[in-house]
Design a protein around this ligand. Sequence first.
Ligand code: MN
Length: 298
Amino acid sequence: MTTIQRIAGRLSDIGEGMTVLRALPTRQRRMVGAWCFLDHLGPLQFAPGQGMHVGAHPHTALQTFTWLIEGEVLHRDSLGSEQIIRPGQVNLMTAGHGVVHTEDSTADGQRLHAAQLWIALPPAAADCPPAFEHFPELPRWEQDGCVITLLAGSFAGRTMPACFHTPLVGLDIHSPAGARCTLPLDPGFEYGILLLEGAMRLGDERFVVDEFAWLGSGADSLALDLAAGSRLLLLGGEPFGEPVLMWWNFVGHDRPAIIAAQRDWEAGSPRFGPVAGSNRRLIAPPLPWSEAERRVEG
Ligand code: MN
């Protein structure tokens, strides 16, 4: 393993009175392979009458990836999907040209622990038709005192059967009693780890919850020392060869793509259809570029 970079996640207000830990992007690291966004939600216990209720909002040129550890969340989208996600399950929504969705706790006052990730689509797939898939069961096995769940891609002869557009992998590693675990890595992938619970040691370095460890590429194995009760996400992928712009809920490969998406959302374009059962639409903040730039580029 080359030098490990320690990156502190930052607290981010996602509205609705919820604060999450954002591990990607940060000033130090914007992506791990195509993984371009990583929020750690909870674990938390909502007060009675409270829950997560995210109104209708659009996405473009990315896949949203939800990994649920505790709680129960209802996903609805402009494709007509209506899906409850439960612990141990993944929701994967491909935004492509454009999609709108809502996320709601199924009952207020319950627990929530989840990771919300985005996967950037490469230029050839950025404008693809939107799609939604639910994965109720994932490959899961025990190794060296760890319970490993394959969230995305292929690992150690197993494959998670979703369609991704660049080579990548995602694992959840949980060690109820503590463990030393050695995993094979692909030297062509770059990797990062976010500790979700507990504590871990990588070589001489100790990491605690919500610290992100950037591992880079070139290694063919990884040795983890996990304290009892630890859980982490291991993300990897081929380095993403294209610049990626992110603004609000949009990903794009250039400013005109983002500007067009924002205009279409604000104009109520059919590109971003309604979500049945939702009458609350989130408002996009003003674009970060000057009006003159927008006139030239839009
Ligand atoms: Mn979303």
